[in-house]
Design a protein around this ligand. Sequence first.
Ligand code: SF4
Ligand code: FES
Length: 237
Amino acid sequence: MSTFSLTVDVWRQPSPDEPGHFATHVVPDAGPEMTVLELLDRINAQREAAGEEPIAFDDGCREGVCGKCGVTVDGVAHGPERNAASCMQHLGAYRDGDRVRIEPLQAASLPVKQDLSVDKKALRRVAKAAKFPVAMKALANGGCISCGACISSCPNGSGQLFVGTMLRELPPLATNDAERRERSSKVLAAAEDEFGPCSLLGDCVEVCPAGLPIENLSAVARENLRNRFPRRAPDGD
Ligand code: SF4
Ligand code: FES
């Protein structure tokens, strides 16, 4: 397999309260089948050989299903390949001598813990508002892996694709309308506390590794209306 050299600028930040900077590494043997996380592994192997601390980043399944990974590659949440988690982003579009910039996911609600690792607890707090296991079931039913990329990709830091997917799937899990209304109103309030407003820009659907549709955004407005005007809303939707 052909290999090529990449110059990689990686965000380093020792802790949430300390300033960060880019550190440059050269990887002489990158390959088109290599993923973004494997590129970071390669850099960490170099660092380990030099007796240096590894770069911190999040990962789990490395199969695009757990939602734990997520970095910003050349300005795009997860990376330039559409609808693929960072662990599934391959380097096939890069050529010998190219430069790659890797940063953490970017949003006020996703603060940096260390280097490329971010705190995704804001998503958990919103899910807990609905009753955590129920919310996780709703998200699983909707295909959301809670990666946070939709929030990072949005100029407003909106979590509307995440929240809308949850709100779309919550109603069938409620035993009655009062329960549905209580859960959705709590989720909406928590989401307003954690995330920015949605401007319907649609950047989120381009990065979502689950390929969730823009139609999911409408569940937020629907549940808002149902909660405000309960008698006028039709049953069952
Ligand atoms: S909606 Fe998509 S991008 Fe947003 S958290 Fe869920 S899987 Fe990730
Ligand atoms: S490591 Fe699990 S989705 Fe990327």
